[in-house]
Design a binder for this molecule. Structure first.
Ligand code: G3P
Length: 340
């Protein structure tokens, strides 16, 4: 009798184990049998900025198309590590997508800084053609060798100009002004060349930094200036258009290769489509935001561009880690793009 009880108990235990294993399986896979993956996406952009909105839209589309097998959780406004720290998560193979400046991939493949150098592009299309060039394809594959899969380089948020109280026309006008820049060597050298005292500061500290006199102003795009409400504390935009504000989307190559082919296709297609959507909306919003900024008392002025161009050209010889001749290669590509 005892033996029967023992066998019965064993049978019940085995059945329970089987059922619980099944449940575990259920939680980790979707109806279509694909392994479910949750990926955190970290971005500096606040919720009200278009890039954040576009990324939320991409995440929704990916979830829908993958029947829930890929869930991308978007964390905006620097709720999670951003910049260098965010790229480290990617490099350390976390389930993580980093959306930030190209300069942070530039920490791994320095030439990424060069293609986002000062005064290179006349419009969005020139830059978008550059990211399709063989030159940039080579850089992407170098990033792959460092364990970084670049999903997109195409999330534009506009040319960056000066937001100060002083009207800036030439580099001499920037002399002595402390201008907030992102924590990036490229931005430091560019603003230095333009005549300013560049001061790296996380964007979340810029509003109070201006109020407390830590910085006199900043450089940024209309999307940033309007979207973050930073125009409330400075009222003059000098149109230097010195750097193009653009974000790269990166994921760990190991994480990427661990996804099914179907999941990879969906993610890639949706980030591509999302960039196109983001850029189209951005073009429209820039015009709208200019009017809104003017209504809020912000004044715009043209600058004497040749004087800034002459100074910023020096930046391209400042990076010992850039591939020799990269500036000439970029110029060659640009010439071909403009000839089309
Ligand atoms: O929300 C801030 C974003 O619009 C710009 O950030 O660091 O590139 O100036 P940053």
């Amino acid at each position: 009798m005892r033996k029967v009880f023992k066998m019965l108990a064993l049978l019940i235990a085995a059945t329970m184990l089987f059922v619980s294993c099944g449940k575990k399986e259920e939680a980790a896979t979707t109806e279509s049998g694909e392994k479910k993956v949750v990926i955190k996406l970290s971005t500096k952009f606040v919720q009200d900025e278009q890039t954040s909105k576009s990324l939320v839209r991409v995440a929704e589309k990916i979830k829908e198309r993958s029947n829930g097998s890929v869930e991308i959780q978007v964390y905006s406004g620097g709720q999670l590590p951003i910049g260098k720290d965010s790229m480290e998560q990617v490099a350390n193979n976390a389930n993580w997508i980093s959306v930030d400046g190209l300069n942070f991939i530039g920490d791994y493949v320095p030439d990424f800084n060069a293609i986002n150098g000062p005064m290179l592009y006349k419009n969005f299309d020139e830059y978008l053609a550059m990211t399709q060039s063989d030159l940039v394809k080579k850089l992407k594959s170098k990033a792959g060798e460092k364990g970084i899969k670049v999903l997109s380089l195409d999330y534009l948020f506009g040319f960056r100009s000066m937001l100060t109280d002083k009207v800036i026309k030439t580099p001499a006008d920037l002399k002595g002004l402390k201008i907030r820049v992102p924590n990036s060597q490229l931005y430091m050298y560019t603003l230095e060349a333009m005549g300013a005292n560049p001061t790296p500061l996380p964007f979340t500290e810029v509003y109070s930094g201006i109020q407390q006199g830590v910085v006199d102003g900043l450089e940024g795009s209309l999307m940033t200036i309007y979207g973050t409400k930073i125009y409330e504390v400075r009222k003059n935009i000098s149109l230097t258009n010195h750097l193009l504000g653009v974000s790269a989307v990166s994921i760990s190559k190991t994480v990427w290769e661990g996804l099914s082919e179907n999941q990879r296709t969906i993610i890639q297609e949706e980030f591509d489509a999302g960039a196109k959507y983001n850029n189209d909306v951005t073009v429209e919003l820039q015009t709208e935001y200019k009017v809104k900024l003017e209504e809020s008392g912000v004044k715009f002025n043209e600058v004497y561009l040749p004087s800034f161009n002459a100074e910023t050209a020096k930046v391209f010889s400042k990076f010992p880690k850039w591939t020799p001749g990269i500036y000439d290669e970029i110029q060659k590509e640009l010439k071909a793009i403009r000839a089309k």
